[in-house]
Write a protein that binds this ligand. Structure first.
Ligand SMILES: Nc1ncnc2c1ncn2[C@@H]1O[C@H](COP(=O)(O)OP(=O)(O)OP(=O)(O)O)[C@@H](O)[C@H]1O
Ligand SMILES: [Mg+2]
Length: 247
């Protein structure tokens, strides 16, 4: 068996008496889309905070390619190949779109060049161009991020997370608040990410989850209720009772 790109082992955290994430273990396969679903407050975003090192678990471990990276700071996680986007938008609204991307892509430059002028950041600038093209933002490159539509901002946020060429990308509700058309475009985009990365997604739109996911993990009251291929999850009576019956 090959080592999974990402693995959680018995992850737990409590806030006061509330077990927000309770003994959650799973593995993520390379170049696949694994989606976490569950009711509001199930612990999905908290699970992402534990995986990305934003929160330290009370117990349990996070492994990236078989190496323990539990609760490491963001730059160490990035070096290990992990990047994330946030449920709440995380852009520099007063900076141009291209500059938001360049700042994120700057880690691709060797440290020895860190103090050179921006124009010398060839790898970063090339990455910015690639991302503007791929995310259909080239025409808006000079707009302030704050001037983009909601859908474009969410798209830019995914592009920012991808700028450092991560191996694993965590996306927390990337289609939240999007129109139907924007949601479909974003779904196609997420699918295309698996060419060069592994995606761990949190998503509420169940149609999208079923279409997009290779593997689905269901959280309920902090615990893993079920996991499996989308069709199996849809037909699971416990999942229907806890979640699918309500969406
Ligand atoms: N920093 C915190 N301090 C205290 N309680 C928290 C904290 N973060 C999350 N919680 C609580 O933990 C539980 C899980 O929250 P979380 O945000 O992980 O849920 P979620 O599954 O992402 O929900 P949603 O679908 O609404 O985004 C909730 O009851 C929430 O109120
Ligand atoms: Mg959440």
């Amino acid at each position: 068996m090959t080592t999974p790109i990402l693995e959680t082992r018995n992850l737990s955290i409590a806030f006061g008496g509330l077990r927000a994430v309770d003994d959650v273990s799973f593995s993520v396969e390379r170049n696949r889309i694994t989606t976490i679903i569950g009711p509001n407050g199930a612990g999905k975003s908290t699970l992402f905070n534990l995986i990305s090192g934003a929160l330290r678990p009370r117990s349990g471990h996070v492994l990236i390619e078989g190496v323990d990276h539990t609760a490491e700071p963001p730059y160490r996680m990035q070096a290990a190949g992990l990047a994330r986007s946030f449920q709440i938008t995380n852009l520099f609204f007063d900076l141009p779109v291209a500059e938001n991307l360049r700042l994120a892509a700057q880690v691709l430059e060797p440290w020895s060049l860190a103090l050179r002028p921006v124009s010398a950041s060839r790898k970063a600038l090339q990455r910015v161009d690639e991302l503007l093209e791929r995310f259909a933002l080239a025409e808006k490159a000079d707009y302030k991020a704050g001037a983009l539509s909601h859908g474009e901002q969410r798209r830019l946020e995914v592009a920012v997370a991808l700028a450092c060429k991560p191996k694993v990308l965590l996306l927390d509700e990337p289609t939240q608040g999007m129109s139907h058309g924007d949601t479909q475009d974003t779904a196609a985009l997420i699918k295309s990410l698996t060419r060069d990365a592994t995606v761990l997604l949190i998503e509420h739109d169940i149609g999208l989850v079923m279409n997009l996911s290779d593997h689905v993990i269901v959280l309920h009251q902090g615990q893993k209720l079920a996991e499996g291929p989308p069709a199996e999850i849809r037909n699971n009576p416990a999942v229907q009772a806890a979640y699918l019956g309500h969406v």
